[in-house]
Design a protein around this ligand. Structure first.
Ligand code: NDP
Ligand code: 8X3
Length: 258
């Protein structure tokens, strides 16, 4: 049987690109997110491209909000035997909400970021780790950010949430050491996905400006790194990968043309 990867936030951006990449490389992929219709469309597309009519399903959609621990537990528990042995968990679901000084930030934005990026990652990990421990192997790939390595003006709470992902990746690696479970963090810089549309609450103009005059990373760039980390020999763990566009040297240092 081929390996199984569970990707949170597979309805868009990095997660969707990773689902496409792993399915094309013959993996079985559990795709998750809140937007059910996108999961279903992706399942149909990828099974059409990479599945066979008589063969077993290669894509399994699971629909839940990572903030809702009961829903996460129920979704993971609902997996049929042939989908239970998750080899790789990609904790990718996340967002930035708002771009305000700390004195102007909205409580709702702060809760969304902390509940999704930190507690959501913990909920899913907590549901998946026991199976990995029982099987004596597994790989957790956390999508952090350069915002987890440095802090930029108006990044405050988003940066705090990604610093938490940085710390949790280190903590997981230490605690899971005796169980043969690898833990990788991938920390990207500017990447054009739906990220900025979400951050600016749907303001397309503001979202576009983030990437003006430079070539940002793409979902495929990050999918490539996730795939690289997941396919190293079992004795090799990529601990931490920081990746930026060539036109970016730090969060607030971007070289733009024109
Ligand atoms: P997108 O907005 O394109 O994708 C975010 C994904 O997360 C969507 O599939 C969304 O699915 C899912 N998601 C968000 N909230 C929840 C939730 N509560 N429950 C379940 N799923 C959720 O952004 P990216 O692909 O860019 O972002 C992916 C990760 O990468 C995030 O953790 C982000 O912080 C991080 N990152 C992004 C960078 C960038 O510049 N783009 C750079 C560095 C890190 P749905 O809405 O269907 O639930
Ligand atoms: C996303 C990259 O620079 O917007 O995590 O924080 S940044």
């Amino acid at each position: 049987m081929s390996s199984i990867i569970l990707i949170t936030g597979a309805t868009s951006g990095f997660g969707e690109a990773a689902a496409r990449r792993f399915a094309s490389e013959g993996w079985r992929v559990i795709i998750t997110g809140r937007r059910k219709e996108r999961l279903e469309a992706l399942r149909k597309e990828l099974e059409g491209l990479h599945g066979t009519v008589e063969g077993p399903p290669i894509i399994h959609p699971l629909h839940f909000d990572v903030r809702d621990n009961a829903a996460v537990e129920q979704a993971i528990a609902s997996l049929l035997e042939e989908w239970k042995s998750i080899d790789v968990l990609v904790n990718n679901a996340g967002l930035a909400a708002g771009f305000d000084t700390i004195q102007d930030g909205s409580l709702d934005d702060w809760n969304r970021m902390l509940d999704t990026n930190v507690k959501g990652l913990l909920h899913v990990s907590r549901a998946v780790i026991p199976g990995m421990i029982a099987r004596g192997k597994g790989h957790i790939i956390n999508i952090g950010s350069v915002a987890g390595k440095e802090v930029y003006p108006k990044g405050n709470v988003y940066c705090a949430s990604k610093h938490a992902v940085d710390a949790l990746s280190k903590g997981m690696r230490q605690d899971l050491l005796p169980h043969g479970i690898r833990v990788t963090q991938i920390a990207p810089g500017l990447a054009e996905t739906e990220f900025s549309q979400v951050r600016f609450h749907g303001d397309e103009q503001k979202a576009k400006q983030v990437y003006m005059g430079m070539t940002p990373l793409s979902g495929d760039d990050i999918a490539d790194l996730i795939h690289f980390a997941a396919t190293r020999p079992l004795h090799v763990c990529i601990n931490d990968l920081v990746v930026m566009p060539t036109a970016q040297a730090a969060s607030a240092l971007v070289h733009r043309k024109g």
